[in-house]
Design a protein around this ligand. Structure first.
Ligand SMILES: Cc1cc2nc3c(=O)[nH]c(=O)nc-3n(C[C@H](O)[C@H](O)[C@H](O)COP(=O)(O)OP(=O)(O)OC[C@H]3O[C@@H](n4cnc5c(N)ncnc54)[C@H](O)[C@@H]3O)c2cc1C
Length: 367
């Protein structure tokens, strides 16, 4: 590691998917890593998310988002397999396929075709009967659709759990329930962090603190455009096999887990750091699910929760060294797509810290 000392090679603030995957890549690259979280590891957005391994309507995103997603899509089956072997926890990577039922604008078809060619992605245009053949329980009112057979999902709460177990086994130092109150900078170089239970020395610090990254950085006069965007989800306790595809319409989706539970998401709410749930959102999500699959009327809602996404302009994350503060790195702002963008973001960050050739052009993600 460039500039390493007797301190931790790298201290990562935030044990969500971004911190966990970054810790894994850095540890594999030979760094001594400490991962610190104000709560238990993996209990914020990375737990709350849906685990769809593609941006929704990916052609509506910029190439920098799609480039990270494409890299992650190739890696996820390997990550899931390795973690299952290493930890006995199966994060249930499943190639469910994605069925989109929106009425698209005529001019969107060209954009979709260009996107599919650029990112070598399979999709089939469906009309009425094809839709029911693809997913028999779908409401018969839908007359057009797009099937993306290669889109997969992962059970993100299990993914973060498995990552934590794997990191501990690999010797990563994990500190939970400890809030970082300050990043210490001396002569334009990070030297460590402060917490209520003591200080830690580090010559590389990664801010992977999700929606909370902005405040932590503002305290050392670093400005980023990342803010919390609340997302609410429900689980409907249905039967295994009732729904097999991820189904999406008008930004609402159903994700079928292997055990028959159906996750229904999600809302996009600008309410600051308020993580409470609302009756209105619960009803909206239930109605959206029933509009997609009418038989869901007979099943009960099992759980309802909210998480805070690290929202950023156009969903383009910041994966970057700070240009003026030596040793300061940032990996945040993944908005709606942190699970799928995680593997490439973590590798790119590691390439930057270890001064290796980067897997992707790092410019679009620079602070
Ligand atoms: C409802 C919903 C649905 C989603 N669906 C999907 C999906 O289907 N696919 C997808 O790819 N993405 C999805 N996402 C987005 C994805 O979950 C996020 O982009 C991703 O989890 C962000 O990861 P993160 O590690 O940056 O943030 P987080 O998981 O929020 O982790 C940040 C961590 O930093 C810690 N922290 C913050 N401040 C401090 C501090 N001062 N000191 C110590 N620790 C600190 C927090 O406790 C937290 O654990 C969804 C999100 C939501 C809310």
């Amino acid at each position: 590691m460039p500039g390493s000392s007797t301190s931790n090679d790298v201290l990562i603030i935030g044990g969500g998917i971004m911190g966990l995957l970054s810790a894994r890549e850095l540890q594999r690259a030979g760094a001594r890593v400490t991962l610190i979280d104000k709560n238990k590891i993996g209990t914020e957005s990375s737990w709350a998310g849906g685990g769809i391994l593609s941006p929704l309507y990916p052609w509506r995103y910029t190439d920098p988002v799609n480039a990270l997603a494409k890299w992650g899509q190739a890696q996820y089956p390997i990550i899931a397999d390795t973690l299952t072997r290493e930890t006995g926890i199966d994060p249930e990577w499943t190639a469910s396929g994605l069925l989109i039922l929106d009425n698209l604008q005529p001019d969107e078809h060209n954009t979709i075709a260009t996107w599919a060619k650029t990112f070598d992605s399979k999709l089939d245009l469906l009309v009425k009967n094809d839709i029911r053949r693809c997913e028999p329980v779908v409401n018969s009112k839908f007359t057009q659709g797009i099937h993306m057979p290669d889109v997969a999902q992962i059970r993100n709460p299990r993914l973060v759990k498995a990552l934590k177990v794997a990191l501990l086994a690999a010797g990563v130092n994990i500190i939970e329930d400890t809030e970082v109150t300050d990043i210490v900078v001396k002569s334009n170089h990070v030297t460590g962090i402060k917490t209520p239970s003591g200080d830690h020395v580090a010559d590389h610090i990664v801010v992977a603190s999700g929606a909370w990254s902005t405040q932590l950085l503002a305290d050392i006069n670093v400005t980023i455009d990342v803010k919390p965007v609340r997302g609410q989800m429900i689980i409907i306790d249905a039967q295994p096999g009732l729904v097999s595809k991820i189904i999406l319409e008008n930004n609402h989706y159903i994700i079928p887990r292997r055990d028959g539970q159906l996750l229904v998401g999600s809302t996009l709410e600008d309410v600051g750091f308020d993580k409470s749930t609302t009756e209105e959102a619960k009803q909206l999500l239930q109605q959206a699910a029933m509009a997609l699959v009418p038989t869901l009327e007979q099943f009960k809602i099992k759980h309802h929760w909210a998480g805070l996404r690290p929202g950023s302009p156009k969903g383009i994350p910041i994966i970057s060294a700070h240009p003026d503060i030596k040793g300061l790195f940032i990996n945040t702002g993944h908005f709606r797509n942190g699970v799928i963008l995680g593997p490439a973001s973590a590798r790119l960050l590691t390439d930057l810290i270890t001064a290796k050739r980067t897997i992707l052009d790092s410019k679009p993600y620079t602070i």
